[in-house]
Ligand binder design. Structure first.
Ligand SMILES: Nc1nc2c(c(=O)[nH]1)N[C@H]1C(S)=C(S)[C@@H](COP(=O)(O)O)O[C@H]1N2
Ligand SMILES: [Mo]
Length: 548
């Protein structure tokens, strides 16, 4: 067998085996549920395990497509591994079988370590492994063998046969008994001669096609769990306490200026979920327990039957860099979290409200902040619709003034009153601060960085936020000169961002514009640039423009 043939047959065997593994594992995973898909579980294990700089790099490089990039990466690695295993299996069958088992074990361990896992979570990986081993053994027998078909000496074909016995014999013995070689040539190969090339390709193609068909079945089974249709059928009750109409002039409506209400498709998304969790309102239960006097369990309907409040709130992410856009504003509808907690009756020492999503992500919020009178809520609606699936359908938490990782749990299913000293949530375990109020932030949206402008009157505008403290002042300066107060747009409350605008009489030349904001406590954004880790970026945003 030539090198090219070995590579070709090996690759086909490996890829067919990997395909069979996934073709069997994925539909089984769709039935088993609990995040048992080996591909997804391995991807999630990668997300949980990679160090922060790599994760940040991934988010920066792939942006909203970081999840697709990760899944693609898992597939590429799987394919490379499969080709390697297939080629190696041609000479040593046990390497092929062993390689598949190792990979199957990886999938099983990853699936078993998901938060919702039980022993059945390993079943998809185990069955997938069995299928892949079967395919490898079967295709190894079917590989065309020059020895049998073209009369090439068996000794040459031996290279392609798995673990020929005489290879492990001491060399001396081979020399002592020269007839050993001759007998090897004369003895017909133990295994069957294999198919010819066309036959082999036909068999391999059938295996791949069968796997793809099974994969299709898996997709169909998964789609049955989709709760999109259920969501579209929901009619939300009117709020008992509606959001007041937006004040006139909240949106200055300038070209390139971020709109006051974020268009849904532009709202940033940050979470560790590789596939959007599907939580049906029929099965939805929210537990409130831990250090409380009266533990509660609420259904989705229980939540809707309570008085709902509606508020416009700006949510932002701690990973936002200076000048970044990981923030968005929406009209949210939900149940006041304070009321629910008051009913449960937290113990005095329960300083942390630990919230958990259906996929096991955890978040810790100071109990005192949730109860201090701000509009902390369990949101069921966004912009007049049921919560979109990727926003945490059917229920998410929101606490104005705190970064998302300490307040905004999506796909919320569990609220436990605990102590900060007892439990560290997901990001806190990874070094981020456990208390994370949103830092005052301001951004120049227009002119764009490195824009070319015409000399004369020019609108400089952007947004600033200091949720729950409120933005008091925004100032702009040119080329390090004196600060100029910008005009501030109206806002519905201190919990949203605020648009600002300053008229600039621009002279020709290259200029640097800088912005800084002051919140209502009188604190001005510090100039010093800090990275987002461990509790939010600081520093003034600046933009360089060329005026001619
Ligand atoms: N279940 C779950 N909820 C989560 C997260 C997550 O990873 N999983 N990420 C949080 C973070 S870091 C932020 S900034 C907000 C983002 O909410 P959005 O995706 O709706 O913009 O969700 C929070 N809620
Ligand atoms: Mo975040």
């Amino acid at each position: 067998m030539t090198r090219t043939e070995r590579l070709g047959y090996g690759a086909l065997i490996g890829v067919a085996a990997a395909g069979a593994a996934l073709g069997v594992a994925e539909p089984v995973a769709a039935l088993v549920g609990r995040g048992s898909s080996p591909v997804v579980a391995v991807g999630l294990a990668v997300i949980d395990a990679v160090p922060r700089p790599v994760k940040d790099f991934g988010i920066r490089t792939f942006g909203q497509h970081d999840k697709e990039a990760l899944l693609a990466g898992v597939f590429v690695l799987l394919a490379l591994f499969a080709v390697g295993v297939g080629v190696a299996a041609l000479s040593r069958r046990w390497i092929g079988v062993g390689g598949v088992v190792v990979f199957g074990a990886l999938g099983a361990v990853a699936a078993l370590s998901r938060p919702a896992a039980s022993v059945v979570s390993a079943v998809p990986s185990v069955l997938g492994t069995v299928a892949a081993v079967g395919v490898i053994v079967f295709l190894l027998r079917a590989v065309p063998r020059p020895a049998a078909s073209a009369g090439v000496p068996a000794a040459a074909a031996g290279a392609a046969r798995p673990a020929p016995r005489h290879r492990s014999r001491p060399r001396a013995r081979l020399q002592d008994q020269p007839q050993d070689r001759a007998s090897a040539r004369d003895t017909p190969p133990v295994r069957r001669p294999g198919l010819d090339r066309r036959g082999f390709l036909a068999v391999t193609t059938s295996v791949v096609a069968a796997s793809a068909a099974l994969g299709g079945v898996g997709r169909f089974l998964t789609s049955l769990r989709d709760v999109g249709a259920e969501r579209r059928g929901i009619t939300l009750p009117a709020p008992a306490d509606p959001a007041p109409a937006l004040p006139a002039g909240a949106d200055l409506k300038l070209p390139d200026l971020t709109p006051f209400l974020t268009p849904p498709r532009d709202f940033y998304r940050v979470d560790t979920a590789l596939v959007v969790p599907q939580v049906s309102i029929d099965e939805y239960r929210l537990r409130i327990h831990g250090r409380v006097r009266h533990p509660l369990t609420l259904t989705y309907q229980d939540l809707l039957e309570r008085d709902l409040i509606e508020r416009v709130i700006t949510l932002s992410c701690v990973s936002n860099e200076v000048g970044g856009d990981l923030a968005g504003t929406a009209r949210w509808l939900g149940v006041r979290l304070k009321d629910l907690l008051d009913e449960a009756g937290p113990a005095d020492d329960a300083d942390q409200l630990l919230s958990t999503s259906v996929d096991g992500w955890t978040c810790g919020t100071p109990t005192a902040v949730v109860r201090d009178g701000r509009d902390a809520m369990l949101a069921v609606g966004m912009n007049g619709e049921p919560l979109p699936l990727q926003r945490g359908y059917p229920v998410r938490m929101l606490v104005p003034g705190l970064y998302g990782y300490v307040s905004a749990t999506k796909w919320l299913v569990d609220l436990e009153l605990t102590r900060f000293s007892d439990v560290a949530p997901y990001w806190v375990k990874r070094g981020w601060k456990r208390e994370a109020p949103i830092k005052t932030f301001s951004r120049i949206d227009t002119p764009r960085p490195l824009a070319n402008a015409t000399a004369g009157r020019l609108a400089v505008a952007g947004v600033a936020w200091a949720q729950h403290r409120g933005v008091e002042k925004v100032e702009v300066r040119v080329d390090g000169g004196a600060w100029n107060a910008a005009d501030l747009a109206a806002v519905p409350s201190v919990d949203t961002w605020r648009q600002w605008r300053w008229e600039w009489d621009a002279d020709p030349g290259r200029h640097t514009l800088e912005v800084r904001a002051t919140d209502r406590t009188g604190a001005t954004q510090p100039e010093a640039r800090e990275k987002p880790f461990p509790d939010g970026a600081t520093g003034w945003h600046s933009v360089v423009v060329t005026v001619s």
